[in-house]
Design a protein around this ligand. Structure first.
Ligand code: SAM
Ligand code: SF4
Length: 333
């Protein structure tokens, strides 16, 4: 299996395939973490419902639109609206309203990805009709047995419900993104290889996968001593990116923020390994420390302007160019 090849060999092959298929462009998706309120209790996540050590927040419509405006003026092709999972009618209506406002404000020019967890078919369809055209819902692991180990055992955290949600997104017509965490306790190389095959079987359009990083206020933290050292987890994550580029040459692959926790140039290395999407953080500074999904999350104190310059440099250093003003959607299905 490709994951056993030496990293430099894999990266060189994947980079050649990427250049031949999606080219040298890297697309920007400005990430707006608009609320950390969540009904769920995933064992790995720092903003899980049961974590009482963080302050809960919600951006106002104006704050969301300001972040969108920054992205638009700086010619980011797209934004990502991300939050904890909530399923109330109020939440649904608010997202619908925001989508319509964003489309109006940017004259339909900015692409919108949503990442707000599991919702019903009708809610997904309502948001699609309001202007979202991509949705990111990580399967977290394609192994039902491992999924059960990293989530509470109840109907709110059911593997099959998550899988059904991914199918709904595809049926509705979203460009559908998923992904996994790499280096989880109890995860095997076979699990990861199966994750790659899962993306292929689902004919997924985009993948955001990154290393698992422990958070001290979560149940999974008790296993942190079982984790491979950071260098090994980084290598595994880069191998996953490279192997995926070889397996699915035309899809969009994000350089996950968590890579930068393991190494200062983790995201650039992912670009060299075949990733072609970068997600600069546009969340207003005062909220960022409350969206700490894992310990040592990077860029908590970097203002959007600073992030913008820093990311442009990082992408140039990786030998690529930014696709300014472009949605950069997968075209070859
Ligand atoms: N609530 C939505 C959901 O779960 O799909 C979207 C937001 S959630 C915070 C986004 C992603 O963060 C999850 O899919 C998960 O993979 C990732 N994440 C959470 N905790 C993490 C951790 N400790 N290490 C790495 N990634 C983590
Ligand atoms: Fe909530 Fe998403 Fe975190 Fe799970 S991963 S606790 S759904 S924010």
């Amino acid at each position: 299996m490709t994951l056993h090849l030496p990293l430099p060999t894999l990266m060189a092959r994947a980079h050649a395939v990427k250049t031949a298929t999606v080219g040298h462009r890297v697309y920007l998706r400005g990430l707006i973490e608009f609320s950390n309120r969540c009904r769920k209790n995933c064992y790995y996540c720092g903003i899980r419902h049961g974590n009482r050590t963080i302050g809960r927040y919600e951006l106002t419509d104006e704050e969301v639109l300001q972040a969108v405006d920054f992205a638009w003026r700086n010619r980011y092709g797209s934004i990502v609206l991300q939050s904890g999972e909530r399923q109330s009618a109020h939440f649904t209506a608010r997202i619908t309203r925001l989508l319509q406002q964003i489309k109006r404000h940017t004259q339909g020019q900015i692409g919108i990805t949503l990442s707000c967890g599991e919702q019903s078919y009708d809610v997904y369809r309502q948001w699609f009709e309001a202007g979202a055209h991509r949705y990111l819902l990580r399967i977290e692991t394609s192994s039902p047995a491992l999924y059960a180990k990293i989530h509470p055992c109840n109907p709110t955290h059911d593997f099959n419900t998550r899988l059904a949600a991914l199918h709904h997104l595809k049926t509705i017509g979203y460009l559908t993104g998923t992904g996994v965490m790499i280096g989880l306790p109890f995860q095997t190389i076979d699990d990861l290889a199966n994750d790659l095959l899962f993306f292929q079987q689902m004919n997924i359009d985009m993948v955001g996968m990154g290393p698992y990083i422990a958070h001290r206020d979560t149940p999974l933290y008790r296993y942190h001593t079982l984790l491979p050292p950071p260098a090994q987890r980084l290598e595994l994550a880069l191998k996953m990116v490279a192997a995926l580029r070889l397996l699915m040459p035309h899809i969009n692959i994000a350089a996950a923020t968590a890579l930068q926790t393991l190494h200062p140039t983790g995201r650039e290395q992912a670009i060299r390994a075949g990733a072609n999407v970068f997600m600069p953080n546009l969340t207003p500074m005062k909220y960022r420390h409350n969206y700490r999904l894992y310990d040592n999350k990077p860029c908590l104190n970097d203002a959007p302007n600073h992030c913008h310059d820093c990311i442009a440099t990082r992408i140039r250093c990786a030998g690529e160019e930014i696709g300014y003003g472009e949605w950069g959607d997968r075209t070859n299905c």
